[in-house]
Each structure stands twice: as C-alpha cells, then as structure tokens.
Design a protein around this ligand. Structure first.
Ligand SMILES: [Zn+2]
Length: 127
C-alpha cells in the first residue's frame, strides 16, 4: 500500500470506531498493512479491513473478423467505477492461455508492474 493511502487510513482508524481506544500492541490492538490490505483490530473486538487490491470482476469476449477480442472488468482500489482492460494484452503480459484464469491475472495485476499497467492502460470503451 502506498504511503498516502496508509497515512490516510491510519488517521481515519487511529481511534477504534467502537470504544475510541487509540492503543496498539500489548494485547490492546493490532495494525497490519500488507500489500494493499489494511487491517486494524482493537481489544474490544472491533476489526476493520480495507482491501485495495485489484480484483477481476468479469470477463467478456467477442469475435472480430477472425480474431477474438476481450476485456477483463476490474476494480481498482475501492473505486466504484470498474475498468475494462484488454484481454489480448493481458494474455501476453501474464502468459495465461485461457481467459478464465482470473487468479493468475489478479496476481499479476497486484504486482508493482501490473498495478502500474492497470492504472495507466486506458479503459476499453467499445465493449
Ligand atoms: Zn475498541
């Protein structure tokens, strides 16, 4: 998770939403920021997880002449607006053979390189 997001979440969840405690460690509460998942727990039982990993929601393909074109519909961070990414490019980048290999695609999209690509690649409009 990048520093800006981490800081923002730390600030937002510094105090437990249930009991107001701002304590961490020594059994008072925990904080775990790994990859793009933020988790904060409190001794009162409160726990919050924010998952900002890229997720593949769906895929679609169609025939264009003799070729097959397709898109992966992905969610980036917690944005409500989904993005369509080109299947053929992702196949080359990830080495997948079949479009239903969502797990492999997600894994790659959540690498540093993949995340950059997913953010910079323009949304496929005509699908
Ligand atoms: Zn609490």
């Amino acid at each position: 998770m990048n520093v800006v997001d981490s800081m923002e979440l730390l600030k937002k969840y510094a105090n437990c939403a249930e009991c107001g405690s701002d304590k961490l460690g020594n059994g008072e509460g925990t904080l775990d920021i790994a990859d793009n998942v933020f988790n904060r727990t409190c001794k009162c039982g409160y726990s919050i997880t924010i998952d900002k990993r890229i997720k593949v929601i769906a895929s679609a393909t169609k025939r264009v002449g003799r070729k097959t074109e397709g898109i992966y519909e992905v969610r980036i961070d917690d944005s409500l607006k989904h993005k369509y990414l080109p299947v053929n490019e992702l196949k080359e980048l990830t080495g997948i053979k079949r479009i239903n290999q969502f797990k492999k695609v997600e894994e790659w999209l959540n690498t540093k390189e993949g995340r950059k690509w997913a953010i910079e690649t323009p949304h496929v409009n005509d699908f």
